[in-house]
Design a protein around this ligand. Sequence first.
Ligand code: SAH
Length: 253
Amino acid sequence: MSPSRSHGKLFIVGIGPGGTEHLTKKALDVLLGSEYIIGNGTYLDQIKDITHDKKIIRSSMGGEVERAGKAVELGKDHIVSIISGGDANVYGMAGIVLEVAQKAGDIEIEVIPGVTAISAAASLLGAPLINDFAIISLSDLLTPQKIIDHRLKCAADADFVIALYNPKSRSRKENFGNALDIIRKHRNENTPAGIVKSATREGETVIATTLGKLMDFNDIIDMSTIVLIGNSESKLWKNRIITPRGYQRKYEY
Ligand code: SAH
């Protein structure tokens, strides 16, 4: 260990999609062993039952750079957890914390994986992923719209199952419909599609439908929703989506 570092450690913890039963045992152990827990209000509330004796630092949504700086500073001398919903590598805090740490110098960091929202959403829909898939965020806050559109086009053209994170926000209502227009150019209207809102949380909603009918549900789609579009082989079965892996091509059953 370097002489300039004292005994702190910073954990970047994925706390899962909602229900605490989906917090991993490792994440739970790390949170229970931390002196400080840093996160935004929504995610801190998600784990409030297990963190009441901790020093909590609440940060606003959008204050990620400042939050990461604070976590890195504290983590030099204390055991600190900075939390992300789902998994910290999926549009979560792992990237910005490591970038800030890279500049700040010597600090011990460990990233703890979590159940990302797409795993929860896919499980609720049955078996929609299975084969190659692409996750694309529709948030244009940090990624230019041109790049998002290009990725949508390429993923749709390459027949990936597509999962859309951040499909809509209060200030960004139009680009969900625009994204579907891009995907529709490469995919049939009857392609199975799923909507999963608030997976494993109160108000959980699961809808299996088709690409052509997705806009009928436009009003319920918000920032707590994932929209999933199957590939050319996906099929609907009892409010579920199945994407075949290809067993049928190889074996008879
Ligand atoms: N790090 C998180 C994702 C953060 S981006 C993860 O790994 O899941 C936030 C987006 O994730 C939301 O806009 C929504 O599209 C999706 N999301 C997060 N939790 C969700 C849940 N419980 N149900 C449905 N979608 C969710």
